[in-house]
Write a protein that binds this ligand. Structure first.
Ligand SMILES: C[S@@+](CC[C@H](N)C(=O)[O-])C[C@H]1O[C@@H](n2cnc3c(N)ncnc32)[C@H](O)[C@@H]1O
Length: 197
């Protein structure tokens, strides 16, 4: 792996070391609007159990906790889990419920049928096996549970709705969203629900 690839990997894909801490700071500003936008789309969020995949520096987790959700956040990067904890510590001290897990979309240890809503912002593009990740997420959702995904359009491999269907979701909507601010990158977003048997 060349230096450039290593910087991208350690900075943004699975943030590690000082590059990861710098990547976390950049993501906390550059992706904040998208993270908050997706948190706003979670319906009747108070008291819901929400699974957040790849929270990075934790902007979306903070927004969900502030609105009364119970959150399980799963990320393979200890640097990002620490950043999420730092950001959310104040809310946790006031009684918010946050569980942090080291893991991935396919290996997270979350119990089947324990989650109302699963959220993934800017990480579905880097999962090694998208259908496997989506299938694993579908299994932890309760009947009627909902999936919300957002990803930078420029890095998203085509076929996300088809992959969701293959994983057992009914896709309700896919759309594009322009985050505010100069230079922000267009997002593809999707809402799906656990398909009834
Ligand atoms: C580009 S960052 C995005 C972080 C944040 N959601 C945002 O938009 O700013 C990708 C995040 O996904 C995590 N990640 C990488 N591979 C993952 C996987 N297979 N499953 C879940 N999360 C993963 C990374 O550690 C990192 O925190």
């Amino acid at each position: 792996m060349g230096l450039g690839d290593r910087m991208v990997s350690n900075g943004f894909q699975i943030p590690a070391g000082w590059t990861g801490r710098l990547g976390g700071l950049l993501m906390a500003s550059g992706n904040a609007a998208t993270e908050r936008h997706i948190a706003d789309l979670v319906p009747e969020v108070r008291s819901k159990d929400v699974l957040v995949l790849g929270p990075g520096p934790g902007i979306g987790v903070h927004a969900l906790l502030a609105r009364g959700a119970s959150v399980v956040a799963v990320d393979p990067s200890p640097v990002m889990l620490a950043a999420t904890l730092r950001r959310c510590r104040g809310l946790c001290e006031q009684g918010a419920t946050l569980t942090l897990r080291t893991g991935t979309a396919t290996s997270h240890g979350v119990g089947h049928g324990t989650v109302d809503v699963a959220v993934s912002v800017n990480n579905v593009m880097i999962w090694p096996d998208r259908v496997a990740g989506l299938t694993s997420i579908r299994q932890v959702l309760r009947p009627g549970g909902e999936l919300l995904v957002s990803a930078h359009e420029k890095w998203l491999k085509p076929g996300l709705p088809d992959d969701c269907r293959e994983a057992g979701f009914a896709v309700e909507q896919e759309w594009r969203w322009e985050p505010p601010g100069r230079g922000a990158s267009t997002a593809v977003q999707l809402r799906a629900r656990v398909a009834s048997a």
